[in-house]
Design a protein around this ligand. Structure first.
Ligand code: NAP
Ligand code: MG
Length: 478
């Protein structure tokens, strides 16, 4: 299998090693990937540097934008094919994969149009000086992306980096990267110069570690677990290479006694079952004002009980857990929950599925004690923790009582309360009477606390993947 894209050529690993890829719905191996090591990573970084110094680096912002726009059109034309590949590779239901591919196309469309609209400024300084703050690309950027939304993650990180003028090396997750390989081919067909985008498939602790520690990259961006985020920073630190880190969350859905429950309940349920809970911004904590706790939890329980997990091609709400390793982790978490005696309030259904598949039914637990593991640790599965609170002050304390700070939702009809809560909750995004896990290409996104730092999406990502140069010109007077 030739799955390494280096300088425009698809290659196998020099030592010929491969990685088996399993179908999460059946547990069977369905394809293989080339297993990159430091040798191929080095070649990819060199190729990116060469492209940056030559053909790619010479393109104007408008030309870069035009190329991204052309890719957007190709993605739209091949959307069904990419969705099918994504669904089989990740196990997510086809209807969800289709939405992901629509978002992928939006990334190319948005950053294609934005490439030539991101610019510097002129600063008024002393009278005989002209000061320009010029926006420049960083050079070669490294992108390590996870398996939960492979195509969306690719679009989210790659598009702004390219729009800003960087040449890039991507290390997708070996667990799910078939869509990424397909999109890379579409980018080649659209006329992207060789070396502008390089892909190294491989293991995190091998190819990923070699990429993050490479001395000739100028930024590394990573989405995944806080523990690996720390390793990435340590690998990049000797070279003083900056990082952009998106490290997950334990995001609260905060429901007050004046909330419109007809609107809130379906959104709350969707925010935890989407992608079988394997979403960094999953709404995994249901915080409810005591006076309406029983009513809210009762209605959410009814809705959870109706959720169906099953084969990706069936009309179901959830697919399987994406990998054998994650399935094992979630089952171990569930065993600890059971051992602790925490009450299970409701559980969804698993339809008829093959014996080897990695299926977990969505579950609602509560009332979860504030010091319980489920109250603060990310499960990365469809497990929702219900917890009561007294009043606004208590809601703020509870909402901020985890190490994470990614997303939060406030459900209330009181405008002043909505604003007070939005300001007080520590998070990169706050939703009022709505929730946006994924999507929102235009909306700056990123973490606080252990959820990471740096901003992706929107124009903020263009700032993140570029730097400024201040040019001071003394022209004097006649
Ligand atoms: P992970 O260990 O954080 O891995 C994410 C990506 O980083 C993968 O491509 C991985 O490759 C790579 N990687 C691993 N170790 C690396 C290293 N030392 N240097 C460079 N890259 C490295 O995530 P996971 O093991 O797949 O999942 C574990 C937990 O991470 C989940 O339970 C969840 O809590 C969290 N997670 C969060 C997000 C998110 O969107 N924020 C996404 C995925 C996972 P390998 O696949 O080869 O390890
Ligand atoms: Mg993995």
């Amino acid at each position: 299998m030739k799955t390494l894209l280096i300088n425009g050529a698809w290659q196998a690993a020099a030592d010929g090693r491969v990685i088996d890829v399993e179908n999460p719905a059946t547990g069977e191996v369905f394809t293989r990937l080339s297993r990159a090591t430091a040798i191929e990573v080095d070649a990819a970084v060199r190729a990116a540097r060469h492209a940056y110094d030559n053909a790619w680096g010479r393109l104007s912002a408008a030309e870069r934008g035009r190329l991204l726009s052309r890719v957007a059109e190709r993605i739209q034309a091949c959307a069904e094919e990419i969705a099918q590949v994504e669904s089989r590779d990740t196990g997510k239901p086809l209807h969800l994969a289709r939405k992901d591919i629509a978002v992928l196309a939006r990334y190319f469309e948005f950053y294609g149009a934005a490439a030539d609209k991101h610019h510097g400024e002129i600063i008024p300084y002393l009278n005989d000086f002209s000061v320009q703050v010029v926006r420049e690309p960083l050079g070669v950027t490294a992108h390590i992306i996870p398996w939960n939304y492979p195509s969306q993650m690719f679009g989210r990180t790659v598009c702004p980096a390219l729009a800003a003028g960087n040449a890039i090396v991507v290390k997708p997750s070996e667990e799910a990267c078939q869509s990424v390989l397909l999109i890379a081919r579409l980018m080649q067909e659209a006329g992207l110069p060789d070396g502008a985008v390089n892909i190294v498939t491989g293991y995190g602790n091998e190819a990923g570690a070699a990429l993050a520690s490479h001395p000739d990259i100028n930024l590394v961006t990573f989405t995944g677990s806080p523990a690996v985020g720390t390793q990435i920073q340590m690998a990049a630190a000797p070279n003083n290479v900056p990082c952009v880190l998106e490290l997950g969350g334990k995001s609260p859905q905060i429901v007050f006694d004046d909330a419109d429950l007809d609107k809130a309940v379906p959104t709350i349920v969707a925010a935890i079952v989407q992608n079988t809970g394997q979403t960094c911004s999953a709404g995994s904590r249901l915080l409810v004002q005591k006076t309406v706790y029983d009513e809210v939890v009762g209605r959410v329980a009814e809705a959870i009980a109706r959720i169906r997990a099953g084969m990706p091609e069936a009309q179901v709400d959830c697919g399987p857990i994406i990998t054998r390793a994650q399935f094992g982790r979630i089952n171990a978490f569930l065993q600890r929950i059971k051992d602790s005696g925490l009450p299970l309030i409701a559980q969804g259904q698993v339809a008829e599925v093959p014996a080897g598949g990695f299926f977990v039914a969505p579950m609602l637990f509560g009332p979860v004690p504030r010091d319980h593991e489920l109250a603060h640790a990310e499960a990365f599965g469809p497990l929702l923790a219900a917890m009561p609170f007294e009043d606004e002050q208590d809601a703020i304390a509870l909402a901020n009582a985890t190490e994470y700070g990614l997303v939060a939702a406030i459900w209330s009809e009181n405008g002043a309360r909505q604003q007070r809560m939005a300001r007080a909750v520590v998070a990169g995004q706050v939703y009022i009477n709505c929730y946006g896990a994924g999507g929102g290409v235009e909306l700056p996104f990123g973490g606080r606390k252990k959820s990471g730092y740096g901003r992706e999406k929107g124009f903020d990502a263009l700032d993140e993947f570029s730097t400024t140069k201040t040019v001071v010109h003394r022209f004097g007077f006649e």
